[in-house]
Design a protein around this ligand. Structure first.
Ligand code: FAD
Length: 319
């Protein structure tokens, strides 16, 4: 079922779970075991992130350059297939502009459709290690809005429509996109960022998932601004429980977000006790989740980052 249909027909808010594909070396069994704890909550779907392979170029004795793979993860499509073969759950792979030409994106769409997957989250992707700014792949897309447009155009083409089960608008894929309640770090201001978010929706995105935040008021204000800007699609809040004292400085640096002083002070007091910090982060997230549910959000998206213990605790107390 498409996420848009789930959002339109669910009578109760539900949790969605996002996992990161493992680096090479992890077995399928290990991956499936790592998500087994979430099955207790019968998730409606599982998001699987997408990551660009990283290469380095080495000069050969003849002056030519050869390309070598430095770091790569199992592809999101393979992980989705593994999850669907083991559990009765839909998967939502992420699809990024970075590292893909337009034709390669089309090939990825064909692979997903082959597996019966009709949900995607379309993103630009981050810059490569060592790159200050995101550089589009030659022949690829610069912004997520262009990617959404490209997916819709591909689906609208006569060759694509043949034999595909599309909706009344000729759409096979339901598309989610990302948003930043505290502004994307490259945007000059939140208004410009929201105007760019609207381009993604106007291009055909069906719903939005937000970056993690630690102060719910930031999300409520953001939703209000989006509605005022004419964005009407569902906006699913994204949460991640803080789990180590190090994340107090790491998360703001990596994701350009604020952590409220009440939370940082509590963590500071307990920073020598790992278990206490973990519990403080978990309880804060639980409090955020309960408040969001009281405010009537349609779903809550959890960034698991390969860990399940704290999220299972939150899901047990909130859903
Ligand atoms: P865009 O919407 O393209 O925006 C990027 C920047 O460009 C913003 O500052 C925006 O304001 C600006 N912009 C957009 N359109 C225009 C325009 N037309 N003209 C001028 N400026 C414009 N990363 C991964 O690598 N893999 C993942 O699986 C992944 N999953 C994610 C899931 C969620 C829910 C979120 C919120 C983020 C995820 N990310 C992922 C991170 C994301 O790729 C980065 O944050 C990236 O820097 C921006 O992606 P985007 O799709 O929001 O980009």
């Amino acid at each position: 079922m498409k996420v848009s249909e789930i959002l339109a027909t669910s009578t109760k808010a539900y949790p969605s779970i996002e996992i990161v594909p493992p680096l090479r070396g992890i077995t399928k069994h290990e991956l499936l075991e790592s998500i087994a704890p979430f099955m207790e909550f019968s998730p409606k779907y599982i998001n699987v992130t997408s990551h660009r392979d990283e290469f380095e170029y080495r000069e050969e004795p003849d002056g030519s350059f050869s390309r070598h793979l430095l770091r790569n993860r199992i592809s999101e499509t393979t992980v989705c297939a593994a999850i669907m073969s083991r559990y009765d759950v839909e998967t939502v792979p992420h699809l990024i502009c970075g590292g893909n030409t337009r034709e390669e994106i089309e090939s990825r769409l064909d692979n997903l459709e082959f597996l019966g997957i009709n949900n995607i989250v379309a993103l630009r992707g981050d810059s490569m290690t060592g790159e200050k700014r995101f550089t589009p792949t030659p022949g690829g897309y610069r912004y997520a809005s262009e990617l959404v447009e490209g997916i819709r155009a591909y689906q609208g083409s006569a060759g694509y429509r043949r034999n595909r089960k599309t909706d009344d608008n000729g759409r096979y894929f339901c598309i989610g996109v990302g948003a930043y309640p505290e502004k994307h770090f490259e945007a000059a201001n939140i208004e410009t960022d929201i105007a760019n978010l609207k381009k993604k929706v106007d291009a055909g995105a069906d719903y939005i998932i937000t970056q993690m935040f630690f102060d719910n008021q930031v999300y409520y204000d953001f939703v209000q601004k989006c509605r005022a800007a004419g964005i009407t699609v569902p906006i699913i809040p994204g949460l991640k429980p803080l789990s180590t004292a190090r994340q107090v400085s790491m998360l703001p640096e990596s994701f350009s977000l604020d952590i409220p002083i009440e939370l940082t002070q509590e963590i500071e007091k307990s920073k020598s006790d790992k278990d206490a910090v973990y519990q403080i982060g978990t309880e804060w997230c639980e409090m955020q989740c309960k408040d969001l549910l009281r405010h009537g959000v349609p779903a809550v998206h959890f960034y698991t980052m390969g860990k399940s213990g704290n999220i299972v605790q939150i899901l047990r107390s909130c859903f």
